[in-house]
Design a protein around this ligand. Structure first.
Ligand code: CAA
Length: 262
């Protein structure tokens, strides 16, 4: 594939002023994650993280398929040191380290690395026709981008191991029932719902949003006492922002707050 075609493995646009959207664009391979797609997703996450005008990121595969996992064609002959040299974990890390909220908008299959991509996001909006699974065991390997770790934290040991050990996917209503999906909507309403959630979050004070994400995610891996202390310190820190004054004054004045991220 030419460099220009590979560069379009992910399309990035701005559907609304403070929202940046990445759309996987490899329909011929069910949006399997090629290296250019992974690089582009990492760049996207870094943009969301650093650009001040952007408050939320949305990752989608479009209306048919989210992503069918790592590109098996690019892995079939790989040896351990070749995988090590690819350093794919650095690209995942860029997504995991994004300080602003990321929303996965999922239609169709979210399998393997595609399911892991959705789980890197903070909210998962899914259409009723979506399917989530970790089928790596069916191709002789295991998840390598947090599938064994994030899924067990999201849905618990016994449900996670059902997906991990059988490799069989679950449908979106089951995923919602298990707590993997934030909003379960009609297939046609996935992007509209993701944009609506993004819009709501974008109207909240950005520094509070960033601190909430950071503390909630870090706290999930800490003892409760350490998580509570982190929460308390961050909450106190937010009293050093103009948005705290604006939010509380606007409430008392009975008007809408104008949060500037300051
Ligand atoms: N990598 C590369 N190509 C893929 C792919 C993948 N993960 N998934 C699908 N494709 C390709 C197929 O090879 C096929 O290409 P051709 O037309 O050139 O043959 C095309 O996409 C359409 O796929 P199917 O014909 O298989 O479509 P389907 O509707 O019958 O089945 C599917 C859809 C259930 C998603 C099936 O394609 C499938 O099971 N895909 C593989 C899923 C998988 O095993 N994912 C895990 C990958 S490993 C991983 O993710 C590990 C990691 O990070 C460490």
């Amino acid at each position: 594939m030419s460099e220009a075609a590979e560069a379009a493995a992910v399309l990035v646009d701005r559907p609304e002023e403070p929202v940046l959207r990445a759309t996987l664009n490899r329909p011929e391979a069910m949006n399997a994650l090629s290296m250019p797609a992974r690089e582009a997703l990492a760049d996207f996450a870094r943009r969301v993280d650093t650009e001040t005008g952007i408050r939320v990121g949305i990752i989608t595969g479009g209306p048919t398929v989210f992503a069918a996992g790592a590109d098996i064609k690019a892995m079939v002959d790989a040896r351990p040191m070749a995988l090590h040299r690819r350093g794919i974990h650095r690209l995942w890390q860029a997504i995991a380290e994004c300080r602003k909220p990321l929303i996965a908008a999922v239609n169709g299959y979210a399998l393997g690395g595609g399911c892991e991509l959705a789980m890197h996001c903070d909210l998962i909006v899914a259409g009723t026709g979506a399917r989530f699974g970790l089928p790596e065991v069916k191709v002789g390997i295991m998840p390598g981008a947090g599938g064994t770790q994030r899924l067990i934290r999201a849905v618990g040991k016994h449900r996670a191991l059902r997906l991990l050990l059988t490799g069989e996917p679950i449908d979106a209503p089951t995923a919602a029932d298990w707590g993997l999906v934030t909003d379960l909507v009609h297939d046609d309403a996935v992007m509209e719902t993701a944009l609506s959630l993004a819009g709501t979050i974008a109207r909240r004070p950005p520094l509070a949003v960033e601190h909430i994400k950071e503390v909630a995610l870090a706290g999930a891996d800490l003892p409760l006492s350490a998580g509570l202390m982190l929460e308390r310190k961050s909450m106190h820190l937010l009293f050093d922002t103009a948005d705290q004054t604006e939010g509380m004054t606007a409430f008392l004045d009975k008007r809408r707050p104008d949060f500037r991220g300051e």
